[in-house]
Ligand binder design. Structure first.
Ligand code: IMP
Ligand code: MG
Length: 182
C-alpha cells in the first residue's frame, strides 16, 4: 500500500522476528499450568495470532473488547467493556495481550477488573510501548518494542478504523486532516 502519509517504523520482518523471541521467552516463563492469552480487541488480534503460534506450549485464547478511544487520536479517558471473556480465569495464569500501551488508562483499568476474577497470576504482554505518554502506572512484563511518542498504524493499529491490515507498523505523519481529528 503506497500512501505518502505513512513512514515505516518497524518492518514486518522485524515484527515477526521479535514475536518469535517473545513466544520463546514467555513459553520458558510458563512451563506448566493453564495459560490464558487474552486478546484486547480489536488492535491486538494480529499480534495475538502470531504470538500464540510462536508459543512452544498449549494456550487458551480468549477475547475482550475495550473501548477508550473515539475516532481520533486522543483518549477520552473513559473505559468501557464492549465484549467480555467466554472462559473463567479462576486459578489460571493469565496474560493480557495488547497492541500498544500509551497512557496506561486501559490496562490500569483492566488489571484491576481481571484481578477480581481470582487468576493465579496476571501479566501483560504488549507489542509496542510508548513510555513517555504514561498517565497511569502499569507493570508491563513483556514489551516487543519501545517506540517514541508518535502515532502509529498498521499490524492491527488503526486511525479511525483504517490501516489495520498493513504488514508494517508505520508512523502516520501529520496532515491537516489528521491534525483536525485530534
Ligand atoms: P491507553 O489506554 O492510552 O494506554 O491506550 C491504549 C489503546 O489506545 C491501544 O490499545 C490502542 O488502541 C490505542 N492507541 C494508543 N496509541 C496508539 C497509536 O499510536 N496508534 C493507534 N492506536 C493507539
Ligand atoms: Mg487497543
Amino acid at each position: 500500500m503506497i500512501d505518502p502519509k505513512l513512514r515505516v517504523l518497524l518492518s514486518s520482518v522485524q515484527i515477526q522476528q521479535r514475536i518469535r523471541e517473545m513466544g520463546e521467552e514467555i513459553s520458558r516463563d510458563y512451563p506448566t499450568g493453564n495459560l490464558h492469552m487474552i486478546c484486547i480487541l480489536k488492535g491486538a488480534c494480529f499480534f495475538l495470532t502470531d504470538l500464540a503460534r510462536a508459543m512452544k506450549r498449549d494456550v487458551f485464547v480468549d477475547f475482550m473488547g475495550i473501548s477508550t478511544y473515539g475516532k481520533g487520536k486522543t483518549t477520552s479517558g473513559e473505559v468501557k467493556v464492549t465484549k467480555d471473556l467466554d472462559i473463567s480465569l479462576q486459578g489460571a495464569d493469565v496474560l493480557i495481550v495488547e497492541d500498544i500501551v500509551d497512557s496506561g488508562v486501559t490496562l490500569n483499568y483492566l488489571m484491576n477488573l481481571l484481578e477480581q476474577r481470582k487468576p493465579k497470576s496476571l501479566k501483560i504482554a504488549t507489542l509496542l510501548d510508548k513510555p513517555e505518554r504514561r498517565l497511569r502506572p502499569v507493570v508491563v512484563s513483556y514489551v516487543g518494542f519501545q517506540i517514541p511518542d508518535e502515532f502509529v498504524v498498521g499490524y492491527g493499529l488503526d486511525f479511525a478504523e483504517k490501516y489495520r491490515n498493513l504488514d508494517d507498523i508505520c508512523v502516520l505523519e501529520e496532515t491537516p486532516g489528521v491534525a483536525a481529528a485530534k
